[in-house]
Design a protein around this ligand. Sequence first.
Ligand code: PLP
Length: 381
Amino acid sequence: MTQPLLMIPGPVEVDGEVLAAMARPPMGHTGAGFIETFGKCLDDLRDVFAAPDGQPFVVAGSGTLAIELAVANIVELGERAVVVDTGYFSARMADILRRHGAQVESVGAEVGHVPELAAVEAALARGAKLLTVTHVDTSTGVLAPVKELAALARKYNTLIVVDGVCAVGGQEFRQAEWDVDVCLTASQKALAAPPGLALVMARSRALEAFRARKSPVASYYSDWSLWLPVMQAYQARKPAYFGTPAVNLVVALNESVKQIKAEGMEARWARHRKLSAAFKAGAEALGLRQVPVSEDVRAVTLTTMYYPDGVDSTLIGRIGAAGVVVAGGLHPAVAARSFRVGHMGVDGIGQVLTTLAAIEQGLGIKTGAGVAAAQARWLQP
Ligand SMILES: *Cc1c(COP(=O)(O)O)cnc(C)c1O
């Protein structure tokens, strides 16, 4: 039987070359071959984040570790952090901040909306060391206005950390131009590699805040003092050791990053925009209402939709029987009423059409209306 098509918001479909790279025998982590691969991967990640001045960190772990690596090094006991709350992963960010001693103020909105900029500004005006934003909240499909929020952070002399786990590599993001201090992601989302690597890109203001700390970082494994010399050594093509890198995953990530660079970020963002528009046109033609309320707050990396009247989560199983794996709801407020399709790993319109056909089969729609609408949108100039 052929493999089902994996259309969840991570892990995503992985290219054959990337898988083949992963399958090679492990390299020694301080040998010349791995030093060159890891060093190059770290260098190239600056292009992916559009952060030529960024300091990359790549550490074995999932996106949740990446969040901890990003914030544990910045906040100290009792310092204030403002969390722009667009869903499940913003709540996780708040939990991690609290665990590291921060006093957290969450600025929220109803599900499917982004908080008002004025409300975020009011919270920043009360003083804060850090503002955090989830670029794409994977539980709601809501896209946050990172560029505008970064400008607000600057105005109040506050550091900004962006959780880009469901965004970097698919959703337009210009870390240096937008002046974002830290951005983090994981290998299994829009970077289209297998799960297992946590990635952080930190710029100078964040590194300065880290160096000015009065207290040690509470998490040993997340401490930048231990990882920074290692990352800088690989970038200088020198051996270094703190914890054994996930060598096979790094080789696979390097292959994926090579492909991303060959496509070019502008072209890649445009392709994701177009594929997302095609999928969303198909979903709309099937009468599937989206969770994010308007076009400007909809992510391009995934689509979250309410079940139609009379349909429940058994739809997921029927779509699966038609050969496509999609995800159930995640945000507690809409988990039972919504499902999610991740399309950040697709390389062409074919996978979008296959997914819509499977959804039509699951819904018992026999007209092909979703496939036709997506195709029509895709073929628009
Ligand atoms: C997936 C995801 C995470 C968590 O990543 P894990 O690899 O599952 O730990 C965090 N934030 C966002 C926005 C995500 O999409």
